[in-house]
Write a protein of this length. Sequence first.
Length: 455
Amino acid sequence: MSLNRQNSSRFQVPGSEFVCGVLVHVLLVPGSVFCVLEREPNRNRNPQQVEHRTMNPEPRTSNANPVHEPGPRNPEPGTSRALPPRVRAEIPTPALLLDAAALERNINRMAAFFVAGSCRLRPHLKAHKTPEIARRQLAAGSCSGLTCATVSEAEVAARICDDLLIANEIVNPAKCDRVAMLARRVRVTVAVDSLVGLEAISRAAHAANVTVGVLVDVNVGQGRCGLEPGEAALALARRVSEFGSVTLRGVMGYEGHLQPIRERSDRESRTRLAMQGLVGTAQLLRASGLSCEVVSAGGTGTYDISGRIDGVTEIQAGSYALMDTDYSGVGVPFEPAFSVLGTVVSRPAPDRCVADCGHKAASKDHGYPSVKGIAGAKVTALNDEHATIALPPESTVAVGDLVELLPSHTDPTINLHDVFYVVDGDRVIDVWPIAARGYPEQRAIAASQRPVLNV
């Protein structure tokens, strides 16, 4: 089947409601081509009919012993449709593996924590960028909706959830237009910390005849975005009523600088101090007669601290579902559920091997990944295409063997890949597109300039 712009009668450039109208995901991995076509949702549906708590959490049906059509499993790109791998040995490397059982345990453990108390969980899509994972997070319960970092993530999330928070300042007019188009279908809230941002989202919402919610972003010590707690945040909140088509829903603040603190007592005391500024600002808004129903904060490292502070209404945790080695060192009760699979391409000396899962397959901004399942092994270098691994001289690792690396930072590692290979032991039970990775706007523009691959 040949796919090009003529096949997509609804193709639109960024700035419209959907990046690509009929969404065409062309997923390229070494030796394989996957095409995923998704029909545009019905624009005329009632947003109230979207229910994020009732999405089916079950994986797509698969047989324990599937029957496959004859033909090459990993043909040359552009020659024929690739068949999904059945076992790890058939996965083209480098690749992301997802342990289905570990993922389920992590999701259920976090959902269970928020059963008690008034605070809710708003899982952060930016950590995994994968709708199939988000579906399971919502289905596990205790959720108020989903958190997103970008407009393109929100466009993906809107297919499965009716209450979205873009926990970021959106000021670009085209992106504000896209937020407004989303607000025609789902409840959307964005962060603001300036009159410029407030005016930009108000103008777009007015033009689309919708209402977009705003949270005043408060700097709780991270020193990134956000106004100072107290009067500065109150001053911007008071201005919201002057702008049409926006409504004040509350405040948010992210104590990201406290997430990686190893010592529990230090992390807890500093988190409580940070939340005093946020909750105090919320109280100040209410005392001034302003609406403040939402006080949004937290992350995986502080979920059980911020999530038990009176006045905090929701926690934006994300990394807990998959976990990386950096967070594992914090001592939170979640387990690694993903890894980078590589193939050993060289064993040039008894004390080292080299695998094909380098910096293009795993980030190193939080340190080198760890080696899974090989005693005494350690990554000593991560170049573009190569991971150099120190080995005990007696190690039996050989050229052609598969190795797994446990990444040190979830979000940027996942952003390098197109799909998760979902595994149960050695079996591949599903393949999940990482639909919100990268910058879909740029891919849409690129696709508009040339035909898509013949598949």
